[in-house]
Design a binder for this molecule. Sequence first.
Ligand code: ZN
Length: 325
Amino acid sequence: MSITPRPRLRATVTGLAVAASALAGGTVTAAPSQAAACNGYVGLTFDDGPSAGQTPALLNALKQNGLRATMFNQGNNAAANPAQVKAQADAGMWVGNHSYSHPHLTQQSQAQMDSEISRTQQAIAAAGGGTPRLFRPPYGETDATLRSVEAKYGLTEVIWDVDSQDWNGASTDAIVQAVSRLTGGQVILMHEWPANTLAAIPRIAQALSAKGLCSGMISPQTGRAVAPDGGGNGGGGQGCTATLSAGEKWGDRYNLNVAVSGSGSWTVTMNVPSPAKVMSTWNISASYPSAQVLTARPNGSGNSWGATIQANGNWTWPTVSCTTS
Ligand SMILES: [Zn+2]
């Protein structure tokens, strides 16, 4: 762990009050850092959405339990529920392509495969979910022709290491046990629609935490679960990338370290999920265009910086995007 320079305070009453008590010593005690205990990352995936009936509850459960996941959407569902695609992205989830109408693709012509994939890319992008970089074939069925179509759209195929069997009537216990079998880098298949899956979310978070695992993104480069880069859809922005990592965590707030690569002249926009707030920052010139947005620019201290986030009950990490400036 690197040495954290003294944070530069954001002049809010709350921030000053907490910082003052911390400086006074003893009144703010450091709690074991859950995020810092990430011994590895796993890829939670939820297929077949989105839907107006299921997606909001699933996103709420994930957010409340500090989990991020990859949502493999069907194009027809994305087209019918664009607001839910946007909600997935806004909740910090990654959005992947799961075909348009969920056919057995390997029984289709190459032209049909192309249509299924391209229409889904368009539907998700049009809804605000970004352009997917991950593709999961329905039923996990794939072949060389399908892979060539995936490659045409820059998609990485993601099957799974563990099948939760939630689609097959698995109990909540069984789903949690399936998650417990995951090791770092692995990916588990779940779905948006089973009630038992939704019910399992808090215990999934507990099971991962007990093993020192955290929910991560699925790398478009390798198809394996890795630490989130905060860019959404595994994207790298335009010429620079901002990567988040956990810093110290307390009972009411946590530090996030941000490493910027690709350019020395950058602007990073951090969107903080309400009601969390940025309390202080270090190594940047900070501005706050709105209550939930921090804009960070270099202040001559290099490309590693950070922020202290007051959680206010919401421990979901902010999302960050980087542009060169
Ligand atoms: Zn499916």
